[in-house]
Ligand binder design. Structure first.
Ligand code: AKG
Ligand code: FE2
Length: 310
């Protein structure tokens, strides 16, 4: 096989993986030198320690839970746009995306995600968020630092959660910028969990034994799913379906995990592998309501977490 054929078959492998498993692992396909250089430049302009956070009094003076993630004009990655070819032009990634989403696929969103280490989260904050299913720390981060998304773990969810009434016409691509081991808040994915299509968060998950869960769709059906942990070296990349359940535990290492996160969507009207996959789902490809864990203001009203017991 020549290089071109290898690339085409890499795209087909990705379609087959997402169809059968709900995700595809590329391995360390992103140039590790370029990834490490990008990470060094990010670390040079941001300290991932207590200084990220508001004080408890500052937070309580005006609690805001919405609009706390990166957005156009407040996204640290915008400073590094000219270097993102390391991901966006990587031939195996491009081949997989073209096969899954069709030609001319669109980047919906790209940002940095930080898994904040336990040692950087103030004690008052740990006490307040303990047991919450979604610990996106954006509300507690100083406004000038909300150009990255900061997590202290997030329970199993579908990325469709942020897209009420949108079809699962997109994928998530994650790239690790440094080695991620078991203590660095690696992504946990539940294999084949995309099969039920969109289901309401928090999800009906019961841990059966180490590494295996039963997942209910809320309409009487259940499936047994295997948990996979995405550990990998610098430049490791993986993508998953918008209905694939995944989550992270709080970062137990004393170092933050920094990753690139992309959402990529198909263009309407072009044939795409994702359509064939979505046609096999045994449930809805879009949801009018994606979650029931939040109150009107966007604060947690349910305290429960499955992934922390994984
Ligand atoms: O990076 C994490 O800790 C979890 C991120 C995640 O699930 C997401 O960004 O959709
Ligand atoms: Fe996610």
């Amino acid at each position: 096989m020549d290089f071109g054929e290898t690339i085409v078959s890499a795209g087909l492998d990705a379609v087959e993986d997402v169809r059968a498993l709900g995700y595809h692992r590329f391995g360390e396909v992103v140039d590790p030198k370029a990834a490490a250089a990008l990470l060094a430049d990010i670390r040079a302009i941001r300290r991932f320690d207590h200084s990220l956070f508001l004080s408890e009094a500052e937070f309580d003076a005006d609690p805001r839970y919405k609009g706390v993630n990166p957005e156009p004009g407040r996204n640290l990655l915008e400073r590094f746009e000219d270097r993102l070819g390391l991901v966006e032009a990587e031939p195996r990634i491009v081949a997989a995306l073209a096969a899954l989403l069709g030609p001319g696929y669109e980047i919906l969103n790209r940002k940095l995600v930080c898994g904040v280490p336990a040692s950087s989260v103030p004690e008052w904050l740990k006490a307040r968020i303990h047991g919450n299913p979604v610990n996106n720390l954006g509300p507690y981060v100083r406004p000038e630092y909300r150009d990255i998304t900061y997590f202290y773990g997030i329970d199993f969810h579908q990325d469709l959660i942020d897209f009420k009434d949108r079809q699962a016409d997109f994928l998530t691509l994650y790239v690790y910028l440094h080695p991620v081991g078991v203590h660095d808040a690696p992504l946990f994915l539940l294999e084949n969990s995309h099969r039920f299509g969109g289901t309401l968060f928090p999800h009906r998950l019961k841990r059966e034994w180490e590494g295996f869960w039963t997942y209910g769709d809320g309409h009487g059906r259940e499936l047994r799913t295997r948990q996979v942990m995405l550990t990998g070296g610098t430049g490791f990349a993986a993508l998953w379906h918008a209905c694939t359940l995944h989550g992270t535990q709080p970062d137990a290492a004393d170092r933050e995990r920094i990753s690139l996160r992309y959402l990529l969507a198909r263009r309407k009207g072009v044939p795409a592998g994702l359509d064939r996959i979505n046609a096999t789902l045994e449930g809805p490809v879009s949801l009018a309501d994606t979650r029931e864990d939040l109150d009107e203001a966007g604060a947690a009203r349910i305290r429960a977490n499955s992934v922390n017991g994984a």
